[in-house]
Design a protein around this ligand. Structure first.
Ligand SMILES: C[S@@+](CC[C@H](N)C(=O)[O-])C[C@H]1O[C@@H](n2cnc3c(N)ncnc32)[C@H](O)[C@@H]1O
Length: 249
């Protein structure tokens, strides 16, 4: 999506708030909490956050004691992130750079951890990015990303041929396509250990936002179905629209 789109969206959604370092108090989703757990003890570690948006994760990690460099193509994102960091008293531990992820090779630093949420599927060419990312991670370092997931053939078909037509709502523009298994293979080519995790099953609830327009009855039915699948049919987790990808060299 375009820089203009994100400048506008982030400008509208920015909220200056105290981030207190407690996962539960910050209303993170189950997947975000899972991602933070997978990062482990980050005190004193150097962290790269890619596509930092309004800076919530960057500031959260800085408050836990990490030295965070974050990047984003939106200049509004960078301003908001630094404002949030200052407000929370951690600006000396945050460096925010207004660059495209494909330029990470130009950052004159290596990191213990790379992270981000809903950013990988925006980056092109992804093959080059995966190689460059491997170059900025210290030996023994790890990468943990929360992403969408287009492994399900049904979701792939819906995304390609149904969303945006026949009254089915579309929330993205044509330049954006969810994260596909072939992109996971590109990560596997550059990293030796790659594992996907699922903290929740997000599938039926997509019907609520795209077709049932947040109707309360369908919110509870689809939410219930997703919870049943997550708990009792773990085989299907790989088709969840939300995944956490953890990889290291
Ligand atoms: C879906 S938002 C996610 C923001 C934040 N990570 C979150 O989860 O709230 C995507 C963010 O990535 C940024 N972005 C998109 N493409 C990018 C790219 N190629 N390089 C760096 N940032 C990018 C956008 O400006 C936006 O801030």
């Amino acid at each position: 999506m375009s820089k203009e789109f994100w400048n506008k969206t982030l400008g509208q959604s920015f909220e200056i708030k105290k981030i207190d370092g407690s996962i539960l108090d910050n209303n993170f989703s189950p997947s975000e909490r899972y991602l933070i757990d997978l990062l482990g003890d980050i005190r004193g570690k150097s962290v790269l956050e890619i596509g930092c948006g309004n800076g919530n994760l960057t500031v959260f990690l800085a408050k836990l004691g990490a030295k965070v460099t974050c990047i984003d193509t939106s200049n509004v994102s960078i301003q908001n992130t630094m404002r949030l960091a200052e407000y929370n008293g951690v600006d000396s531990n945050v460096k925010a750079l207004n660059i495209d992820a494909i330029m990470i090779g130009q950052i004159d630093e290596k990191f213990d951890i790379a992270t981000g949420s809903f950013i990988l599927h925006h980056i092109e060419p992804f093959n080059d990015f995966a190689r460059l990312l491997s170059g900025v991670i210290n030996k023994g370092g790890k990468c943990v990303f929360l992403e969408n997931n287009l492994r399900s053939p049904l979701l792939w078909f819906a995304k390609k041929f149904v969303v945006g037509k026949l009254g089915v709502a579309k929330f993205s523009d044509d330049s954006e396509f969810p994260f596909e298994p072939r992109e996971l293979d590109m990560i596997k080519k550059n990293f030796s250990y790659v594992k996907t995790h699922y903290a929740e099953f997000v599938f039926f609830q997509l019907l609520v936002s795209h077709i049932f327009r947040n109707n309360k009855f369908f919110i509870s039915v689809c939410g219930f179905l997703d919870r049943v699948f997550y708990k009792y049919l773990p085989f299907f987790n790989r088709y969840s629209y939300r995944q956490i990808i953890c990889f290291s060299k």
